[in-house]
Every structure is written in C-alpha cells, then in structure tokens.
Design a binder for this molecule. Structure first.
Ligand SMILES: [Zn+2]
Length: 118
C-alpha cells in the first residue's frame, strides 16, 4: 500500500523534527501532496492514523492539500496539466515535458507541544 509507506516516511520525518525542536507531541501536520504521487488523501489519513498510534504524532490531525500537476513542454514552452504517466504536450505533441508541480509530497506546516519542564 503506497499510502502506508508515505505515512511511515512522514512519521520518521516528524520524529526527527520533534526531537530537533524538543517537542514531546505533534498535534497538527499540514501536507501538500502532488497529484502525480497517486496518493488517495483519505487512505493516507487512515494509514497515518494507524502508523502514528503510540508515537509522538499519535492523535495528530493531518491536513492534506492536493497540488495539481503542471508540466512545461521543452519543445514549445507550453504549460499544461498532464495526466499521470502521460506527458504529451497538447500543443505540439512532443513527449518531452518537464514536471514543474505536482510530483512531490511536502510537509508545509507542523504544530507541536513542547514539554514545559525543560
Ligand atoms: Zn509543446
């Protein structure tokens, strides 16, 4: 399940960040998910809740923002929205496009609680 590996990767990232900032609980996470990742937000939310149980991010709210896919044709410079796995330029038909957006998963915001006795 793709979403579970994304969730586990995210969790590892959160634990490292929380440790770095001396936080003892993560309460809210905002994530930008590119359309080309093929991640289903509901499935990621479920996978994350399951994976985070008992960890520093247990019970944290996951806010997912989907980012649409954008590509730029290298041949004619046309910007277009590609479908997953199909990057043919609608203007000139070249299959030589650069993905400019929608191919990443980014942690955009993190809220955590710091312990008060340190
Ligand atoms: Zn083109």
């Amino acid at each position: 399940m793709h979403e579970m590996s994304v969730a586990l990767h995210l969790l590892a990232q959160l634990e490292a960040l929380a440790e770095e900032h001396g936080a003892n609980a993560v309460t809210e996470i905002e994530l930008s998910v590119g359309a080309l990742q093929g991640v289903v937000p509901e499935a990621l939310d479920l996978a994350f809740s399951a994976a985070a149980e008992g960890t520093i991010a247990g019970g944290a709210t996951l806010v997912i923002t989907e980012v649409s896919a954008e590509a730029l044709c290298r041949a004619c410079g046309q910007a277009f929205s590609p479908d997953v796995g199909c990057y043919v330029c609608p203007s000139c038909g070249a299959a030589d496009a650069r993905i400019t957006q929608g191919n990443e998963i980014l942690l955009t915001s993190l809220e955590c609680k710091c312990s008060e006795d340190n």
